[in-house]
Design a protein around this ligand. Sequence first.
Ligand code: ADP
Length: 295
Amino acid sequence: PLAILGSANMDLVAYVPRAPRMGETVTGRTFRTIPGGKGANQAIAAARAGGDVTMIGAVGDDLFGSEIRATLTEAGVGTTALRTVPGATGTAHIVVDDNGGNTIVVVPGANDTVTFLAEGDEARIAAAGALLLQLELPMEGVLAGARAARSHGVRTVLTPAPTQPMPTELLQLTDLLVPNEHEARALTGTEDPYEAARLLLDQVPEVVVTLGAKGSLYAARGAEPVTMPAFPVRAVDTTAAGDTFVGALAVACGQGRSMADAMAWASAASALSVQCAGASSSMPTRTRIDAFHKE
Ligand code: ADP
């Protein structure tokens, strides 16, 4: 099984001809609510890819909270460790203009209450093959999860997003770091992703850098790097490509596949997801990933 400790948000997306300036009102074309947040996205991606997944996190006692819980359940994610706390669920207020550009306001809401592990969470982590972490929860909560995983010998997979300074301890508790190329640059100050990966190996034993349409690369201490091209597809929405990749990668690694195999399979999963609109709603099932991967 896989455990995910992370954020759950409702994305509130308004599609507009152009974004309003401060003090201005514009009329939008359409509006959608889409369950999101990096934690929930990775959980849904992993469950749809065939993983046995438990999500640890929090939603508020509002309608968005129940909607997110229902979406996770429908995707096959275990939600007994998803707390419902008084107050608002996390929201991301997204304005997308006709050029595809966007502005986003994130209000963490319930996610900000995840500063500790609740009863039973440590046992869930201990029972998992890996713990997936991102940086959309309070750092104390992320650290608590990483410490629990390490103390039970459970592999930790950290997506260092959104970009922010991290305590050294968190990197010391990380087994596999999965930055995208922007995050890799922010962490190392280096443009070249190979060089960035090499530098990151001073801090963590294994790194996968995702490079968007350019694919991904894997580096580990004392091993030859692996590069994996992306599948050539027509991308219409790359939101959560990285979360889909990580979710599928963790499922494949949990089945004992080699890193090269797991990366190829995760590339197939994310290539499928970028071909349709929406984040969680576009994540492919294991059957679809297998079929596309074999083509
Ligand atoms: P993030 O969403 O975190 O920025 P990336 O953009 O690096 O992550 O994408 C993660 C993975 O998704 C890539 O390594 C690649 O395999 C796949 N991917 C992303 N964009 C495309 C694309 N345009 N075409 C095909 N695959 C893509």
